[in-house]
Design a protein around this ligand. Sequence first.
Ligand SMILES: Cc1cc2nc3c(=O)[nH]c(=O)nc-3n(C[C@H](O)[C@H](O)[C@H](O)COP(=O)(O)OP(=O)(O)OC[C@H]3O[C@@H](n4cnc5c(N)ncnc54)[C@H](O)[C@@H]3O)c2cc1C
Length: 308
Amino acid sequence: MPVLRSAFIALSKNRVLRNFCENTRFGRRMSSRFVAGMEIGDALRVAEALNHQGMLVTLDSLGESVSSEAEAHSAAQIYHQLLDWIGAHKLNANISVKLTQMGLELSPQLAEDIALGLTEHAQAKGSFVRIDMEDSSLTQVTLDIVRRIHAQPALRGTIGIVIQAYLFRSKADIEQLVAGGIRVRLCKGAYKEPAEVAFPGKADVDKNYIQLSKMLLESPFYHGLATHDDAMIAAAKAFATEHGIDPGRFEFQMLYGVRRELQRSLVKEGYNVRVYVPFGREWYPYFMRRLAERPANVLFLAKNFFRS
Ligand SMILES: Cc1cc2nc3c(=O)[nH]c(=O)nc-3n(C[C@H](O)[C@H](O)[C@H](O)COP(=O)(O)OP(=O)(O)OC[C@H]3O[C@@H](n4cnc5c(N)ncnc54)[C@H](O)[C@@H]3O)c2cc1C
């Protein structure tokens, strides 16, 4: 793993820096490139604007690893409000949820109960719950929870998962998920993983990403390919064209504020594009992972910061 990437991932866990950044105007101004705002209303305004530009949205209320049951329930409450808004304002949007924010590390049963409640609510509003994938110590428990909820006949198709191409296990996981009809978001993976479980080199991750995306495109279910990488996107487009797969049968997914021109041009070409819109006061770990993906973003942010 390149040194800068490791450094930013390590910094994403630094409490002192996190406190400073999240609680100063300077920090909030920096984060605004990748975070829709601090409040629910900011996220909904952004979602409406993106829908207006022909893009789909997934909303992420930022926060990870809560330390009490009450905190998990209040994090879930924000998602329930989002689902009500999505229904009331007919937004073309769904929600992305981290199970650690729903109390997974306190009690897997608590996280499962909360995820179940959110999926039932999403079903009632005609929306969808995407469970984000976190570090590899949580992969199996996350898969188990999603599978159990998806097994309830009324909730089939209302909950989906994320698979990370950097993990060795992902091909087998995708085979099982596709056999069960569970919708997958494929991404490369954003955490620091040991060499026993993940490909250390980018070339191997990319190769695996292309292989796994073909498996998803060939399956009869609607999946998401989350990437900003031109090579991954070109490979998916070429495979879909070669195999007569209609662009309406899958979607590309990208992060808010990242490669906006590319997002717009894919929409113009007739592809479905979903933008992942994070919001909230606990933006620091998310923001640092974005810098880890592309350390050049630090220069980019600094230039814009001093210009504005
Ligand atoms: C919608 C969505 C949801 C995600 N959900 C998860 C999840 O649940 N779990 C998880 O582990 N990871 C998640 N990720 C993050 C993902 O795993 C990668 O870390 C991230 O997408 C970067 O990989 P990439 O495919 O864009 O390719 P990379 O090889 O990292 O980058 C390819 C090119 O894309 C551009 N690019 C990439 N990142 C940025 C950036 N931050 N700023 C500007 N340009 C950039 C650059 O031009 C770069 O050269 C998600 C990503 C997206 C888009």
